[in-house]
Every structure is written in C-alpha cells, then in structure tokens.
Design a protein around this ligand. Sequence first.
Ligand code: ATP
Ligand code: MG
Ligand code: MG
Length: 579
Amino acid sequence: APALPSNFLRAIVESDLAAGTHVREGMPSVITRFPPEPNGYLHVGHAKSICLNFGLARDYQGRCNLRFDDTNPAKEEQEYVDTIIDSVKWLGFNYDYPQADGAVEHHLHYASDYFDQLYLMAEWLIQQGHAYVDSQSAEDMAANRGNFNTPGTNSPFRNRPREESLQLFRDMKAGKFADGEHILRAKTSEDAMASPNMNLRDPAIYRIRHAHHVRTGDAWCIYPMYDYTHPISDALENITHSICTLEFQDHRPFYDWLLHTLSQGGFFTLPVPRQYEFSRLNLTYVVTSKRKLRQLVEEKIVDGWDDPRMPTIVGLRRRGYTPEAIHLFCERIGVTKADGWIDMSTLEGCVREDLDPKAPRATAVLRPLKLIIDNYPEGQTEECTSPVHPHHPEMGQRSFPISRELWIEEEDFMEVPAKGYFRYYPPIGDAPGSRVRLRHGYVTECVGYDKDDNGKVIAVHVKYFEDSKSGTPGSDNYKVKGNIHWVSATAAVEAEVRLYDRLFTDAQPDAGGKDFISLLNPNAKEVVTAYLEPGMAAAQPDQRFQFERHGYFVADRVDSQPGKPVFNRIVTLKDSWTA
Ligand code: ATP
Ligand code: MG
Ligand code: MG
C-alpha cells in the first residue's frame, strides 16, 4: 500500500499506537467520531471532518462513530438526521462494523441516548461540590462573567448548600420552573470565575427548556449543554481521539477537567478520550455556515439545500461531484493547525482530475447556430464514429449521424475574423472562407452566411470535401487548423442544460462582516436549451460526461429522465474563473 501522507494527527495516532496508549480489551485502539448537530445539512467543511475521522479509523483499523449531538431540541429535526446519514454513506463511509464472530456492531449514536447517564453524573457533581444551581437572571449572569480583561464575579448562589442545589436540580427536572429560572453550572475550582479562560468561568451544564425533542419527546424539560455532553458522550463511546476544529481549543481544559473528575467517581475508566484540534476548512466563493446556508434556502435565493450551487454535500452531489473527488480534495488540502483559505479552484481541480480518466465523451452544442452543408444531399445521413474515451479504447466507440443541417456553437463563426481565429469565417475579397474540420466528420469550407432583419447571423453555409472524412485515407490530405464539434440538426436531442458557476463573486463573501447576500453571483445559474448527440437521450440520472470543449456535466438526479435529459455543468474544462 502507498505510504499515507503524513499530518500531525496521523503522527499522534501512530505514536499512541506505538505506546499502546489506548489499548483496551476487545476494542480498537483508534476510535474517532463525527458528531454533527442535526440542525441543517452538511457542507464541504463537514466533509473534511468526515474524511478525517472516518479516514483515520479506516487507515488504522479502528472505528469511527456517527454521533448526533442532539441536545438542542428547538433547532433539530428528523429531516436533518436523515440527510446527514445519507451524506456520510454517499461519501463512502459506514458505521456498521462486522466483528470476528460474525455479529455487526452499529455505531450510530445519539447524545440523547445518554440523557439518563448525563443526568446522574450531574447529580454526582452537585453532591461532590463540583456543580451548583445558579438562580441569577440571565442579565446578571452575563454581567458577572466579566470579560477577557476583567475577572468575573462569583454568583451569590455559588456557595448555596449542596443539598439545596440538588433539590433545585431535581425540581428543574420535574418541571417546576420556567425556562431560564435556574441553571446548573460547573465549579472547576474555587477561583474559577477569575480564570483567564472564559470557558472555565462556571460554565452552564444544564438549562431548562420546555421543548419537544425529536427522540425523547417530552420526557425532559432540562437539557445538557454542549460542553458537558460532548466529553461525556466521547467517554461513554470509548473514543480515543476526539478531533474538533480550532475554536474548541479553549474548551479543552474543561473537557479534561470534566472527564478526569468523573473518572474519580467511577463513571469512566482511564485513559479518557483526548481532544485534538485542527483548522476548519474555509473555502473561497462560498459560505460554510449552516445558518447562512439556511438563509439562502429560506429566502429562496437558491432552489433548496441541494441546489447545485450550494456547498452542501447534497448540493455537490447534485452538481455532479463524485465522492472520490471530495476524498481527493480532503487529502490534498491536508490537516493542519493553521487557519487559512482554500481556493475553490482546488476543489474544481479535484473533480476534473477524478472525471477526466473516467467520464465518457459526448457532444453538446450549448449556443446553437445553424450550419448548412450546401453540397450535402438533402435527406441523406451517414454515421460518424469516435471513441467514447480518447485514452480508453476498452470503453468502446460511439456513433452519431452527419446530415445536411447541423448545429454548431455561435462562437465558432465570426463575420470578421479576429487575429488567430481559425474557425468559420466567410470569403473576404478574393480570399476563400476558412476551412474547418467538423470533428469526426468532414473538412468544410465556409462559403457564406445568412442574417435576419436585425443583422443577427442565423446560418452559416459551407461546402464539404467528400474525400476528407476522418478515419479515411483521404483525410490526411487536408491540413486545417480549425476543428469544431457539431450535432446533426435532425438527430440531435434537445435538452435543458444548466450552466452553473460560483455562488459568489467575492472570494470571501462573509469575511469581516461583509453583507454576503449582496455578493451573490447573478450568473451562477444560466439555463440554456442545448442540442446533444443522439446517444444522450439514454443518459441515466447521475451519469457524468465530458461534453467536448465545454467541461463535465451530469444528468440531473432529480429532473433528468431517459428520453428527456436535463444536464448540470459540474465544472468547465479549464480554470477560467473571472469575477
Ligand atoms: P456550522 O458552524 O456550519 O453550524 P458546526 O460546527 O456547528 O457547523 P456541527 O454539526 O456541530 O456543525 O459539526 C460537526 C463536525 O463538523 C464538528 O466536529 C465540526 O468541528 C466539524 N466542522 C464543521 N464545520 C467545519 C469546517 N468548516 N471544517 C472542518 N470541520 C468542520
Ligand atoms: Mg457545532
Ligand atoms: Mg454551528
């Protein structure tokens, strides 16, 4: 097997494996997790985390759990759970682990499965003097937290008797209070309110929320906070390496304190999980915040979460991205602790690289102009053939008819040719019109053109040379510089083609408080009626092609049907982005 590209997390895992840090009876020594909150659709940033966590498990014979961090009932829905599972599987990962004895361990977990245990641990923390019920108003609590320059002030309830806190906590659970009346806070040390780390200033660990939960219904009216739930869930699942983004670095001291404290209560065995941070993915020309993506959906700026312009996994999938391209991207951008921006062209380059060797070639005319071969008999057609893939003869041949009337691209004709233009232009003075090869067909010479009353060119006239057909001996006698694609006007399949481009015109649309909505690219979606080679009628949804000279396209997985194809442009052939 090829050596794995190294990164600091692989180095940590390898040294832990060498030292036997996480060796446990009957368990892998590398257990990671991907812990989304089911409050939206996954985006390309999540893909980085998925590839990292599931990738480490795969590379080191470990395991990665999919865990829903479902502790905020107000924002969470089953729809999001379903799409997240779907996206993880589409990326090629699985949380079902076959065991030596033939059984299968399912590692799909929910933080809400631990509500009972989380509650019991909270009671224990209160009994040990490590937590107390605070009854300050939200405003007082915020004011007493201090800030980066000012130590906080102890709550007047901080030293209330443990028994009193315990009773209040039980009454909170029993539904005796309204939202916000009390809150359970951790006390990591006597002077924690003066800690330079704001996350250690008596963090809230339980709050009252009279809300219906997707999975636990109305069983609870108090819900554990993220900073409390996450470490405990990790420990209960025997996670070895808990990998998160850099903004959680300041949460690590509480993570460590909580797990070490609870292990003294016998809730966990050592070693407890350890948290490691890496830099999140920031990708140019998109936004990767669920909140902002939701805004685009709710304000109908895009056509849903799976709009092919969206950087969501469902959007990338519908756009035609492959899981392999996303894996390649995640491998290529690497894993570091340095914050930075990855250019969109890196992602686009990965999908080109993945599709180039495997996408069948096809012809599509996106901006059609009629071409008439004046000396080609009316009603006659003949087949032209071409390899499905220029470098893979095993993929076979395709064929399509040529006829008197064809569609070519508008831009393949110029009334007055620019310097260096080798496609069609008419005779000028004594000079003949240009000679151009109709790819896989004949060499032709432009003899004239027609205009409508508005002066718009509506047809190009050419004559063809009968002995010039590609693949016949005579074709070598013609040396022409222009070579264009075309489809037969009588045999072509008419199709809707959506020319997608980048969602924003600004590389960092939401950086520095910019109004990202005002930076949307108005040309990110253009819909054209194109003419495709006849074989495209049979395209199956999700099938990908390279349309020669244009780029990579996919038959839309929602709207395309055999006989009535609809295509999405995945990416152009070359990187030619200009804002
Ligand atoms: P958002 O800010 O978009 O709501 P989130 O971090 O709140 O994202 P979660 O559902 O909590 O969303 O994320 C699940 C996991 O994905 C977390 O471990 C988080 O660190 C990781 N993640 C989220 N965004 C990125 C990103 N841009 N790059 C890398 N990892 C990410
Ligand atoms: Mg989160
Ligand atoms: Mg978030």
